[in-house]
Design a protein around this ligand. Sequence first.
Ligand code: ACO
Length: 352
Amino acid sequence: MRAIITGSGIGIPKNVVTNEMLSRIMDTSDEWIRTRSGIEQRYYADPGEGSAELGMIAARNALAAAGRETGDIDALVFATMTPNYFFPGNGPVVQAKMGFGEIACYDIRQQCSGFLYGLDLADALIRSGKHQRVLLIGAEVHTPFMPWENGWDITIGRDDRQVTPEEYAANTAIRDRTVLFGDGAGAVVIEAVDDESRGLLATKLFTDGSNVEALYVPGVGFRKRPYVSREQIDASDPIPVMEGRAVFKEAVSRMPAAVRAVCEETGADVADIDVLIIHQANLRIVEGVAKQLGLPPEKVPHNIERYGNTTAGTLPILYHELIADGRIQPGMLVCFTTLGSGLHWGAALYRA
Ligand code: ACO
């Protein structure tokens, strides 16, 4: 019994935000963002458009691609660190709005590794015989992290005024994070198939929480009383903190190690990988990992230039694009790898 992906889809919001647009509200430039990260643009959701809404667009597209109806799905896994509500997670929101039966809905986090962990969970549910068809969604709406009180309309071109000097300075103070992220969702339908020649072959997942503070949100947590306060907001505690260089170093060492480990588990050579679907946090990380693994650029596609980092949305969006344009063909060996806040990281090998 193997778990195979029978359909994929994406949900991308309509507002394209270029680097130049961001430079209207903070001290940054297209040149800095491109050179340091490879990002050229990203998409922003509209207010009221949450990760559940983007996830549902992706889910409908994935179901259509798989030729399935909601009634065919017997479990839902929703991976996001930016759910519509603090609780419950997006699972029940999607279950009710899309009209699924009263199926099991798992809400997982794992940040940039959310989709990879979801893949592993779906595989375990299917291979245990517990479920036959699982819908896995990875979706993120990062824009609410960005505290641009007056900058939204200026950024997306609805208003040609300038932000105040105070707001410009506040936006500049967190520019190292805000320029990297975009909103978006991807989804896949995963089914049990009695065919050992294809499907998910192996996964290797890892966690090291010894430096949680390398990438985390200091505020809005339940160690504080109350969990949201004016003081925390004034101290910018709801805004993510990132030690960019430290995370970069972890990414370029741990992802290649995970890819090697998952290959070893299945007896494959790294050189056998036809397509490496790697988390899109920074083009320099993508290139660094490819180089360490000795994989040529044509085996390591990227779309960070168009989307930025969409956290749990990243892997399924890239997977979907590669399926849609025929770069993943039946029989190909596909490797997924990612690293993100936690730190959580890992790799999965999949025979298309
Ligand atoms: N525009 C212009 N200048 C900037 C910007 C910006 N947007 N951001 C930072 N700078 C400046 C800094 O202030 C600094 O200036 P200084 O030298 O005068 O002090 C200079 O640029 C260099 O800053 P660094 O932080 O050293 O730049 P670096 O080359 O390390 O790039 C980056 C920063 C892009 C964040 C990189 O470290 C990175 O990609 N890290 C990994 C991110 C990642 O993988 N995250 C994990 C996934 S996310 C998740 O799990 C949710």
